[in-house]
Design a protein around this ligand. Sequence first.
Ligand code: ADP
Ligand code: TRP
Length: 325
Amino acid sequence: MRLLSGMQPSGEALHLGNYFGALRQWVALQEKYEEALWFIADYHSMTTVRDPAIRRRYTFATALDYLAAGIDPERSIVYRQSDVPEVCELAWLLGTVTPMGMLERAHAYKDKIAQGQSAEAGLFNYPLLMAADILLPRSELVPVGQDQKQHLEMTRDIAQRFNQTYGVEALTLPEAYILEDVAVVPGTDGRKMSKSYGNTIPMFESEKVIKKAVMGIVTDSTPVADPKDPQAVVFQLWSLFASEAERGEMAERAVRGGLGYGEVKKDLLARLLETFASMRERRAYYAERPDEVEEILARGAERARALAAPVLDGCRRAAGVGPPS
Ligand code: ADP
Ligand code: TRP
């Protein structure tokens, strides 16, 4: 099975939600399946980020995040989307068989219009580029969050339309692998942890920044001696780093009373730092060696392009573009 997934480079460093919700599972899948491609969706980020220097910084940061979390460039193909510009050509070919109505129903576009904002053609065409990302290296399985399910359905639909239009089997229909077992990681304010809410715990930042985020987790003013709700945000976050048995004990202590939120936060911080210690080290290693990171990305792009070439060639032939053969 050939796996593929990607993330937009949209920040300086990942947060716990990204890790538990996506990256950690990618790393596990990389062990389970023999072939995996993980890319940094920098073309996609052009629909939101407008500053080229920031895009480069975020792209590099995302590469560091992947490597730190344990994406292994020896096992997996790790690349930057824009190093495989063939996706843009395939996206064009796909767009010629895709009904406007389908793209009009895509969430990102629909939401923006619903908010009364105007959208660029790039955002409108986002599903085409995403379909091209997936179809170009003939991916079979695409691990994504529930929010991307619609894009995967569109990808299958678009691939089928292309094949049907030209009476070929040039494109392989991928399956979505929905990472839905994961509970949504709450942010420090209790809402879903997200960069856009400013409620994240960024595990790759300095200890000082992490500590500030952990200490900032919302709690109510229940006195130490009183019983606490074991479902409070601070317990939910702490639970990410605890075993089943420890969770049970903690819940009992919470209900019994006498447990202060400060103690839980301190323990959470200690566990978090320990869990991420080796990843933080690996990230620091690569952060100081941008040339090594570039080499990894260049090799990844070369391998991705080798997988892409026959697929794109098949599509071009089917469509009758390029020199006749
Ligand atoms: P953000 O909301 O911070 O902008 P992204 O949308 O860039 O995060 O998400 C990148 C990946 O991390 C996606 O696969 C998404 O499903 C996952 N993810 C983000 N936030 C959470 C969360 N709070 N809980 C679980 N998974 C999350
Ligand atoms: N749209 C995805 C997101 O916002 C990122 C992405 C782009 C992607 N192309 C992809 C994910 C191809 C999986 C496969 O999270």
